[in-house]
Structure formats: structure tokens, C-alpha cells
Design a binder for this molecule. Sequence first.
Ligand code: DGL
Length: 268
Amino acid sequence: MSPPASIGVFDSGVGGLTVLRALRAQLPGMPFLYVADSANAPYGDRSDAFILERSRAITRFLIDAGARLIVVACNTATAAAIAALRAEFDVPFVGIEPGIKPALARSQSRRVGVLATPSTLRSAKFRSLLRTHATQTEPVLQACPGLADAVERGDLQAPDLRALIRQCCAPLRAAHCDTVVLGCTHYPLVAAHIQTELGAQVHLLDTAEPVARQTARLWTHGTPCAAAPPQLYTNGDVAVLRRVAALCGLEDAQFHHGLAAATPPPAA
Ligand code: DGL
């Protein structure tokens, strides 16, 4: 018997659960498969070749498990791999990218900040996004090396995590940004801390909802089934995945330890 047609979702780790939360709100009752490649996180410090290889392996895994559409719930993997995935696999892909356009449209002061991984900010895809949309003003780009990794460790109140957020937010505060793009799917999990550092007047922009709407437009398979709990796979710590899933309202999910880590991971 072939597995049920599902929506596959993946990220370097637990961050993509913030996208899965939006997907479930948009497509209630649809079967979802989620892969957290936590054994290989963070992707933000990896080479494009490494991220592409992992994205391919996860895509194969998801398609074998029944995925008929794949959401790349990772800005870093979207930038590094989605074009190649679209060329290689015969399923539709939806990616996520920093919301530069909506941020510029919303900003009163035209001072927009972007928090993202080093890999996303140096990618050709992001540079092209800037060339297209940031023609009048230059956003303040802040790489946050280590932040996704700190979130992956699962203690969202950890003092070193708070200190890192303070450090990453300082240049955006100094530049008086009124709108800040959360350009990594891990960052909405610490949005409250980011908001504290930037001030309540700053608007934080997350692109999970537009991704969910685009997925709903493209999804042509299957009918809702209230009894379809999301299937969550990790090659990392199931306890961390479970904890973050609960924060994203995914308590009904089923958790699996699976999907091999890359061996040996090529150097970044
Ligand atoms: N959550 C990812 C993103 O949206 C990747 C973070 C990482 O692994 O560095 O960019």
C-alpha cells in the first residue's frame, strides 16, 4: 500500500516548526511530514554544497514517505538549494525567504533591519532580492552566527542565548529600524526576546504565513482528515523537537527518531 499523499516540510532543525504551525492553520487536517536535520544544524555556517546534499537526501526521504509537495521551511536551504531541487525532483516546492518587500512596504521610517544566517545573507538569491526590492533604501543586514544553533539546544531562556540576541539586535537598535525581518525560521521561537531588545514599537516580520498561503494554492492532493497527526522526524534530540513542537501548538504530533546524519559532514 502506498503512503498517503502528504505535505513534506523540512528545516536544518526545529525552526521550521514555526512554518508548520502556519501551514496547519492554513490547511487544517492535512497530513504533514516534517524533518528536522538537527544532527547537521546549523546550516547557516555550512557550504552551499553541503546544504544541497542534505536537502536532496531529505527530499528523497520525504517523497518515499508520501510527500507530494515539499515546503523548504528554511531560508538558508531555500537560498542554497531550492533551484536545484526544483530541477531534479518532480514535485512542487515552496521556499521561504526574508520578507524584504513587505518590510519596506510597512516601514514608516524606511529603516528596515534583517536578521538572518550568514549563509542566507551572502547568497546570490538574497542579493537578487535586495536588488529587486531595496532600490531606494539599504536595509541593515545583521548576520546572527550561532543563534539558530543556540535555539537548537532547546533552552530558550539560556543566558548565552539572550546575550547573543542582545548583541545581534544592537546594530538594528542603533540604526533606529522600525521594522525587522526575521530571516531565519528559528528566530520566531525567540521573537519575545528579540522584541525586548528592539523595543515594543518595532514590528517583527515573519514570512511563515505567506508561505502557508502559497502552499494552500499549490496543494491539489488529499482531503482533510481530522485524525491525521503530523509525523515529525529528527536525527537529533527528540526531547528538544517535542518541546519546541509544544510551543508551536503541535502537541498531537507523532515523533520519530530517524533519517541518517551525513557521514562524514564535509567541512564548511
Ligand atoms: N532555520 C533556518 C533558516 O531559516 C536555518 C538555520 C540554520 O540552520 O543555520 O535559515
